[in-house]
Design a protein around this ligand. Structure first.
Ligand code: C5P
Length: 316
């Protein structure tokens, strides 16, 4: 196709959905010499998340964000992702990135990592860079341990420090209720806490076998998934923040088949057979724990992500 025609088809604006995730399984295998922790974790992308709009500019990278608690400067991983891609590709264009933030911050839901993946994949398309998946994954791993997972856009077992992705079959159709206590937990703090507490006591107990959980996800076996839920980081964090256990207990008392802290917290989630039960449990949690509690009723959703918007128009 002639270059001019190609350019005419290019999008001037791309809307990207930036999903949140939950970890239904997170086992710390060991601490590594580089300070990171070797993981075996199973993550599911959700149909809940942020919306990112990417618009072509002649030059310069601009980020606008509607969340008062999130700076729109270089500390924001979405902008860092754009800069890394621009540097790597040597592109001579700019972009305006608009982030409509819905996911709570420092919540164990992968919000920042997901934004970074959406920016990498979205700008690759907007700027017509045609970078291969391998190159994007190489950049993703430099930005954070969970960014590769969001690039892959599906349920996965993640190993290494989280950046080695193995897609898995998932037919899970249960309802997922997210409950955030209204405070964040820094990822580094959660890992440090794990190290300190396991030295004194075996807080993590017995680790379930990941293969049982994977089979349950593939067979949409809600009870099997609930039985397989595990998170090494949960017990140390619950010791410091007992409200996390109380939230889990509330979800289970109101119909959750299983409940767990996601990632490094502080969000906990409950798995439900029926959506209306999850909605009632969300209401009870808000009544019981007060206005700082945030809830969202959602579900597993595969292959959501960067799609060209209906507003596509020629680059000028
Ligand atoms: O890679 P990311 O920036 O998301 O990690 C944030 C922090 O979480 C790291 O600096 C590290 O302290 C901790 N971490 C870890 N092991 C992992 C992932 C994260 O110790 N596998």
């Amino acid at each position: 196709m002639p270059k001019q025609a190609q350019q005419k088809r290019a999008a001037a604006r791309i809307n990207a959905f930036s999903p949140a995730k939950i970890n239904v399984f997170l086992r710390i295998v060991r601490k590594r010499p580089d300070g990171y922790h070797e993981l075996e974790t199973v993550m599911l992308p959700l149909d809940f998340g942020d919306i990112i709009t990417l618009e072509n500019r002649k030059s310069g990278l601009l980020l606008e964000c509607d969340h008062p608690g999130l700076a729109a400067d270089d500390t924001n991983i979405a902008l860092r992702a754009a800069k890394l891609l621009a540097e790597h590709s040597g592109v001579n264009r700019g972009a305006r990135i608009t982030l409509r933030k819905r996911t709570p911050l420092a919540a164990g839901l992968g919000g920042g990592s997901s934004n970074a993946a959406a920016v990498l994949a979205g700008l690759n398309r907007l700027w017509q860079l045609n970078l291969a998946d391998k190159a994007l994954h190489h950049l993703a791993a430099q930005l954070g341990s969970d960014v590769n997972f969001f690039l892959a856009r599906g349920a996965a077992v993640c190993r290494g420090r989280g950046e080695i992705i193995e897609p898995v079959e998932c037919k899970f159709s249960g309802t997922i209720l997210l409950v955030n206590p209204g405070f964040g937990i820094a990822t580094k703090w959660a890992y440090d806490r794990w190290e300190k507490t396991i030295a004194g006591a075996r807080l993590t107990g017995t680790t379930p076998e990941v293969s049982l959980l994977l089979r349950a996800l593939a067979e949409d076996d809600l009870d099997g998934v609930a039985r397989g839920l595990f998170n090494s980081l949960e017990a140390p964090s619950v010791r410091k923040f007992p409200v996390l256990q109380l939230l889990k207990d509330t979800l289970c008392a109101h119909g959750a088949v299983g409940a767990l802290m996601s990632g490094s917290g502080a969000t906990v989630f409950g798995l439900f057979a029926e959506k209306d039960k999850a909605e009632r449990a969300a209401q009870r949690a808000r009544e019981q724990f007060g206005p700082s509690i945030w809830t969202s009723v959602t579900r597993f959703a595969e292959r959501l992500g960067v799609e060209p918007s209906s507003e596509d128009c020629p680059v000028v």
